[in-house]
Design a protein around this ligand. Sequence first.
Ligand code: PLP
Length: 384
Amino acid sequence: MIPLSIPHLDGNEWEYVKDCIDTGWVSSAGAYVTRFENMVAEFAGCKYGVACVNGTSGLHLTMHMHDVKQGDHLIVPNITFIASANAASYTFADPIFVDVDPNTWQMDLDLLESFLENNTEEKFEVVNGEKVKRFFFKATGKPVKAIMPVHVLGNMCDMERLVQIADRFQLLVVEDASESLGSYFKGKHSGGFGKMGVFSFNGNKIITTGGGGVIVTDDEGLAKRAKHLSTQAKANPDTYFHDEIGFNYRLVNVLAAIGVAQMEQLPDFIKRKKKIDAFYREALGGIGDIKFQEVREEVDPNCWLFTFATSRQAEVLEKLKENQIIARPFWVPMNQLPMFKNNHYVTEHDYSKGVHADSMSIPSSVNLSDAQLEKVTEVIKGCY
Ligand SMILES: *Cc1c(COP(=O)(O)O)cnc(C)c1O
């Protein structure tokens, strides 16, 4: 069997986990948590990192902290992993989905801008006695408060333009950078463009802690508040005094220990992912109607999970399965899921539908052998 994207635990993971067990520091306190937070923040070029149980909880915290509440709108790309839309929905906000660029599979910024220009109106809201300018969706009369760009498959849209649009329309930017540790736009690491960014360390990501996430930000106040909220909003560590409703979202030391060992290997993992990407592009380029995800010139992607498009998606998936090679169709677009089918979907051509129908991800683990890569491409080529 050739798996899709599995962990590679070949560094100091065992030593660091053993250290946790030998010293008894297995739970919520411990030096590895802080070390891991600092390593991730530093790698991403941000000042602070706050570790969480997973990426989804990190995204939820960022929304909760920014007063995104019931009925408020929040913009999310229509092609994403469900966690982005779920995290937004935990605040009872009402996500608006924006169709994607058919080539890069990232949020279409032309559509985003024309939606905000034509479908929202500027009004003032009084928040804590202060007048705040906001843009309200005309159809619902509710404010559009935030935008969550998702760096799909480690690729990125024009983040400078996205931030400019967000500033113009007073939108908070929180990046779902779950898949993009090691991806850069014009030399700046993903996660650092918005107020906050969130990385995931689920088992299939470029590095893993089994399950985990880190929120990054340059804002000390936000980092402190995220930490506070993720640890039950405990105001005094010696007494049971909590000053608001908090969450139990902190990452434990044993998992952070794995994360520290994984971070040490990240540069090598990125190199290997890029080699895998180059191999597939070379071997599959020009075969049938195979089309690759387009990457803008300004983007240096981490090449997390190789995904391509073909009208023969179903047939290729079947052939790979017969050969015990794990492959997956791309996510079902948010507008096609039962819980979001009535949400507003900003689109002209519904490119999401085609991206979903044609695209598929193939084995991309860092520990894939060259022989396995050959095997995968031979099976795919055999379908044409
Ligand atoms: C993996 C992922 C997440 C977060 O997943 P967790 O399993 O909660 O860490 C969020 N968004 C996207 C796009 C992802 O791929």
